[in-house]
Design a protein around this ligand. Structure first.
Ligand code: SIN
Ligand code: CO
Length: 380
């Protein structure tokens, strides 16, 4: 079963009333979250290119954080209760997990970041905290109790354990128990504390990309430098300064204005499309993890986008794939639009939009591992 999710209310109503504003619990809105299981997750956390953490602790602590990659012995010595394994960007490594992201088209694709999956024993949690980005917390297995607190800010008092950034004396305003298929949406900054009620509790977290102004400015500057703009500051309307020794606000304003004027729409488009099409995992273009499903020759095989392939289109209709620009011919655009709009493609969808240029490009992308044929027939 492939993972699915449907908002419990019309998309625009969700965006207007909840997105970035307040938490929302939705009951029985997700399904097909039964893979990966605990063994697959712990297996991933042994890999050197997978970002994983083990957190032990409960109540008032003490808390302990270890970073992966782990070895099997790390799991053998764990206590029976009160620990959580968290694996980052599972969508990059398990293509089937990335299919869930097709159900988030009520937001632009560039806004999605990754799917983290946690596996907890009874009592396991990461402690009371807040995240800086929006998150959909989807219960896949077992039950988790969520305590929800207030909106936090950089001055919210934290506990001593600065590695985990846990909130001191979190005030609980609401409490919900989520069962498989239930989803909790949290905007950035809302205090939360999710505690596993069962010994086998799996939670998926769909996180969002929110580049900081500093990141964006850095990329704009890099792109401006690459585009070779070498105009210099000009001041033909200069008047005699009252104080020649000081840098005046009017000059600061003129210098900044001229710098921003150098950022042409083309530079802005390139800088942002490059930044926003970079995948959340540094590597991961490796279909081995999906090995059971690779079956290019099978009649049941479907074309899929690899979970680590991030593909967005810019306003010129050009493609940006994992940070690289692919200018497109008009003939290739309908196919690439289909590829960018979803992650799984039937022959009936592909056939009408696939022409020479598009086919050549798709063949190149299959060769590079960005797309592949997977056989899902074995688990449906
Ligand atoms: C978890 O899955 O245990 C924690 C996720 C979160 O609180 O952000
Ligand atoms: Co959190």
């Amino acid at each position: 079963m492939r993972p699915t999710f449907k908002l419990a209310l019309p998309a625009q109503q969700f965006l207007t009333e909840y997105w970035q504003k307040k938490p929302l619990v939705m009951r029985q809105v997700a399904s097909g979250l039964d893979h990966p299981d605990a063994d697959t997750l712990s297996g991933l956390s042994l890999e050197s290119d997978v970002d994983s953490r083990l957190i032990t602790g409960h109540g008032d602590g003490p808390w302990n954080l270890q970073h992966g990659p782990f070895d099997e012995n790390d799991f053998r010595v764990l206590p029976r209760e009160n620990w959580t394994l968290l694996v980052q960007s599972v969508d990059c490594f398990l293509t089937e997990v990335s299919m869930l992201l097709d159900h988030f088209s009520f937001l632009p694709a560039w806004r999605l970041e990754d799917i983290m999956i946690s596996y907890a024993s009874r009592g396991g949690s990461v402690g009371p905290h807040f995240d800086r980005y929006d998150v959909f917390l989807m219960q896949a297995k077992g039950q988790r109790r969520w305590k929800i607190g207030d909106h936090c800010n950089p001055h919210t008092p934290l506990q001593e354990n600065d590695q985990l950034k846990l909130i001191n004396n979190m005030k609980v305003r609401d409490e919900y128990v989520l069962s498989p298929g239930d989803v909790l949406y949290l905007p950035p900054g809302v205090a939360h504390w999710g505690i596993a009620e069962d010994s086998d509790c799996i939670t998926w977290s769909v996180g969002f990309r929110a580049p900081s102004p500093v990141d964006i400015l850095g990329r704009l500057a890099d792109q401006a430098a690459e585009s070779g703009g070498d105009t210099l500051f000009t001041d033909p309307d200069r008047t005699v300064p009252s104080d020649a020794a000081s840098l005046q606000p009017a000059d600061i304003e003129a210098l900044t204005r001229q710098a921003f004027r150098a950022l042409t729409p083309d530079i802005q488009r390139r800088a942002l499309a490059e930044l926003l099409s970079e995948p959340s995992c540094p590597s991961g273009l490796d279909f081995d993890v999906d090995h059971d499903h690779i079956a290019a020759a099978s009649p049941d095989a479907l074309l899929v986008r690899h979970g680590a392939t991030r593909l967005i289109l810019d306003d010129q209709g050009d493609a940006w794939l994992n940070g690289n620009h692919w200018p497109l011919t008009e003939a290739a655009k309908p196919l690439i639009r289909l590829l960018a709009g979803q992650r799984l493609y039937t022959e009936a969808e592909l056939q009408p939009v696939t022409h020479d240029d598009g086919q050549d490009l798709l063949d190149e992308w299959i060769e590079a591992g960005y797309f592949a044929y997977l056989d899902f027939s074995t688990d449906e």
